[in-house]
Write a protein that binds this ligand. Structure first.
Ligand SMILES: Cc1cc2nc3c(=O)[nH]c(=O)nc-3n(C[C@H](O)[C@H](O)[C@H](O)COP(=O)(O)OP(=O)(O)OC[C@H]3O[C@@H](n4cnc5c(N)ncnc54)[C@H](O)[C@@H]3O)c2cc1C
Length: 422
């Protein structure tokens, strides 16, 4: 439900970041009548928003760190096929963040996190549809079942804590047993005999082209998309006045920081350092998969997602701590090829592309969405970890609400940047 008061005076808004979060903010702000410029060093949708698994998932409010997480870490770290890895040379830098991250895995904190995130994840398919309406982005949206598959019911029961949490927060699901699993998705190996089919979900069949289509719409409607790297921010007594870039400086009226995993340097300059870390993730796309899965699937055995996309079958997942600068380790990506063969035995894994991206992650698994406590003309929208594609459109709407002075229709108090102030 959208609040109804007017969008307030027309402003010149500059958004740093042309990922899904920045572009969704830009479109919603433009619909409110503002003059919007988006600045990115890359073309739209070429950062983390390029290569995600494409799932629009209202049930993704459960953080990665849940009770018992720490106990599982050693096994995951030392398993070369496991979902978690760490560059040991990066450990000293990552350690404070990691300690805080696992410190949040208590039942009380997980409950609070899930409550806050469920407001953001709910209605993610409808939020995408509303954002895409009237733009060229609509064909990329596919409302569909999203299924977690298991070898057997006992494997599912071992995750009863997270499923209980999802149920309590309203996730709608059907449990499938035996042949029902292959009725839902015939390509799945017969040894997967249990599945949870989640309703009201969906997938995006090309996340990067979706963002590009939004950018094209922004420009058609009079907005600007500039290819620039932001190097510094000039700050006057009332707030930021200019962006210093690798080309000409850009004068500022109102600024939105939506630079994904790279937002930390910018918020520090604006007086709000944040413990933002990259949870690196990988994908492979099978460009000639030889199978045509009907639905997107999360393999609970391999902890990866396989999504039927326009460019092929995308297999995405893994978490690696190695910072923003370290080169990708594509050996990690190739473990996904082995995993997907276990899920889809008939898949052809001969021809593939591979990719690594940076999930923007804060240790409490919550994003930052809100106004700067220091400057009236600065708003933040970053830190969407594993769920930025799903929650980007609602984040953009919330940012437009805040700029307009409209009261957001969900509680966003948990997302303030102030929570990191000493
Ligand atoms: C393997 C993997 C699978 C995933 N699967 C899903 C999924 O199924 N569903 C889901 O909801 N989410 C998923 N995610 C998470 C999702 O992709 C991210 O949360 C989301 O893309 C973040 O969007 P963003 O706009 O914040 O960041 P980005 O897309 O990274 O955009 C930030 C932009 O800011 C620009 N930028 C940064 N600094 C500067 C600067 N100084 N000057 C100019 N430009 C700058 C960058 O170039 C970049 O384009 C997945 C992520 C990974 C890695």
């Amino acid at each position: 439900m959208q609040a109804t008061s007017s969008p307030g005076p027309r402003r010149n808004v500059t958004v740093i970041g042309a990922g899904i979060v920045g572009m969704a903010s830009a479109i919603h702000l433009q619909r409110d009548g503002h003059d919007v410029t988006v600045v990115d060093r890359l073309p739209p949708g070429e950062g983390t928003s390029f290569g995600n698994a494409g799932i629009m998932t209202p049930s993704a409010f459960v953080p990665v760190t849940t009770p018992g997480f720490l106990r599982k870490v050693p096994k995951m770290l030392f398993d070369p096929m496991g979902p978690l890895s760490l560059r040991w040379s990066y450990l000293p830098r990552a350690l404070p963040w990691l300690l805080s991250y696992v410190g949040n895995a208590t039942p009380e904190k997980v409950e609070t996190t899930a409550t806050a995130l469920s407001g953001l994840t709910s209605g993610s398919v409808q939020e995408h549809q509303a954002l895409a309406r009237g733009t060229g982005a609509e064909p990329f949206l596919h409302p569909a079942t999203y299924a977690y598959v298991y070898k057997d019911e006992a494997q599912f029961e071992r995750e009863s804590y997270t499923w209980g949490l999802r149920r309590r927060h309203g996730a709608k699901m059907t449990l499938l047993r035996g042949p029902e699993v292959r009725e839902m998705e015939p390509a799945v190996a017969p040894d997967y005999t249990f599945a949870v089919a989640l309703h009201d979900h969906g997938y995006v069949s090309d996340p990067s082209r979706l963002v590009k289509a939004l950018a094209e719409q922004l420009e058609r409607a009079g907005g600007r998309v500039l290819r620039r790297e932001v190097r510094d921010i000039e700050i006057g007594p009332a707030g930021p006045t200019r962006l210093l870039t690798d080309a000409d400086p850009l004068d500022l009226d109102l600024l939105i920081v939506a630079a994904g995993a790279w937002s930390g340097a910018l918020t520090k300059r604006l007086g709000n350092p944040v413990p933002l870390e990259s949870e690196r993730g990988y994908h492979v796309v099978l460009t000639d998969p030889g199978i045509a899965p009907r639905v997107a699937i999360m393999s609970s055995t391999g902890k990866f997602v396989a999504t039927p996309m326009d460019m092929g079958l995308r297999v995405a997942g893994l978490v690696e701590f190695g910072g923003l600068e370290g080169a990708p380790n594509f050996k990690r990506a190739r473990t996904l090829l082995k995993h997907v063969k276990l899920l889809y035995p008939d898949a052809n894994t001969e021809s593939f592309t591979e990719w690594m991206g940076h999930r923007p992650a804060l240790p409490d698994s919550l994003p930052v969405i809100g106004r700067s406590p220091h400057f009236e003309n600065v708003y933040f929208a970053f830190g969407h970890q594993h769920i930025g594609l799903a929650t980007g459109p609602k984040t953009g709407r919330l940012i437009a609400d805040l700029v307009a002075g409209r009261r957001p229709n969900i509680d966003i108090s948990a997302f303030g940047i102030e929570r990191f102030s000493a």
